[in-house]
Design a protein around this ligand. Structure first.
Ligand SMILES: [Ca+2]
Length: 373
């Protein structure tokens, strides 16, 4: 009897240690691994009297964000739900076929440029098929706050636990641009016949536009895991991507160009490859998310960097990058300018790499003049 009491007591202690160990691992060890690195950037100062307000909370890894013509937000949550946010948050639908694993799941969202006429919504998502994970873009008709007529736009993009890309946006040419990560297949990034490690350009119906450089969906290649797309007022595309070990990149995107991954990194150069306009340096990680131009400045957000970055852009150069709101809201995934001019950022503290507060994840509206001196 006594023997069993001892075994039982040891069992309880072991069980307790396992639970405690798991708690420490998930709550302290993982977030430490993804804690912000030191930064060499100047820190922005918030203009007093300007508004920063939480406009939605209790979301689950919001990833893509866009505005309907009436000003409501449509937000994807990575586990697979589409939400509509006005004063309240309402689930529109759980999207069929989404596989939420690692960095994959329900990711980017974009509205057709003539959404008012056709009600088309585009979603980028990870799915699981025989043979593994695949990413795809689907088009739906958004009607009475439901998604109808699911139509594939591009399918069978190889996916993986990491580097799934996922940002989608219509350019000023009304073509759909799609960021696709290398999905851990680094050599695919150097092959413009392969979709991985590329920025794609498609007609709104999914066909390959005239003028694409390789007569296929690939517009630029040699990317590792591009996450942000933004166009200047003159229509120049910029993209932001994750480096391998720090050295996150800001690139000016030209048709048919090779951005070097995995052959060159940081400031390295090679014939017929483009080096970034700026990168984060060998010791600093931004882990960038979305990007947007506002009044000629390039704004992008950082997951690990936990900041809103503001880059002063002249033509195709960056003179300075400032970090705003560092660690104020945790990991940041998306930044979008609202129809009234405010900047909207989304947190990503529930993605397994952060330390969520009770109200995470959140969407925060920032008066666009907050960062002005
Ligand atoms: Ca590069």
């Amino acid at each position: 009897m006594k023997k069993y009491t001892v075994i039982g007591a040891v069992g309880v202690v072991v069980l307790f240690m396992l639970i405690w160990g798991g708690y420490v691992l998930f709550d302290y060890v993982f977030p430490r691994f993804f804690a912000p690195t030191d930064t060499a950037l100047e820190q922005g100062v918030i203009t007093e009297g300007r508004d920063i307000a939480v406009v939605a909370s209790n979301l689950e890894v919001p990833w893509g964000l866009t505005f309907l013509p009436n000003g409501d937000m449509l937000v994807t949550e990575r586990p697979g739900t589409l939400k509509r946010i006005d004063k309240e948050t309402e689930t529109v639908t759980t999207v069929d076929g989404v596989k939420h694993r690692g960095e994959g799941g329900l990711l980017g969202i974009a509205l057709h440029p003539q959404f008012l006429e056709n009600r088309y919504v585009y979603l980028y998502m990870t799915t699981e098929v025989e043979g593994g994970l695949r990413n795809r873009v689907m088009r739906y008709t958004y009607k009475n706050t439901t998604l109808q007529n699911p139509t594939p736009i591009i399918e069978d993009i190889p996916g993986a636990q990491f580097h799934d890309g996922g940002r989608i946006a219509f350019g000023p040419d009304e073509k759909l641009y799609i960021t696709v990560g290398d999905a851990l297949n680094t050599s695919a990034a150097q092959d413009p016949q392969k979709l991985n490690g590329s920025i794609l350009r498609l007609n709104p119906d999914g066909s390959v536009p005239e003028g694409n450089p390789f007569d296929n969906p690939v517009y630029s290649y040699g990317h590792r895991n591009p996450q942000g797309l933004a166009w200047t007022e003159n229509g120049q595309l910029w993209a932001i991507e994750h480096g391998n070990d720090a050295q996150d990149e800001v690139n000016v995107i030209e048709k048919g160009a090779n951005y070097g991954w995995p052959v060159i990194r940081g400031n390295e150069t090679q014939d017929n490859m483009r080096s970034p306009v700026r990168h984060s340096g060998a010791d600093e990680t931004w882990a960038p998310g979305g990007a947007t131009f506002v009044n000629g400045e390039l704004f992008f957000v950082g997951l690990r960097g936990q900041s809103v970055y503001e880059a002063d852009v002249t033509d195709k150069e960056i003179s300075q990058i400032k970090a705003h709101l560092r660690t104020e809201y945790g990991r940041l995934r998306s930044i979008v300018q609202g129809p009234e001019g405010g900047l909207y950022i989304t947190t990503s503290n529930r993605d397994g790499r952060g330390r969520p507060t009770e109200t995470d994840d959140r969407i925060i509206r920032i008066d666009s003049q907050v960062f002005e001196e």
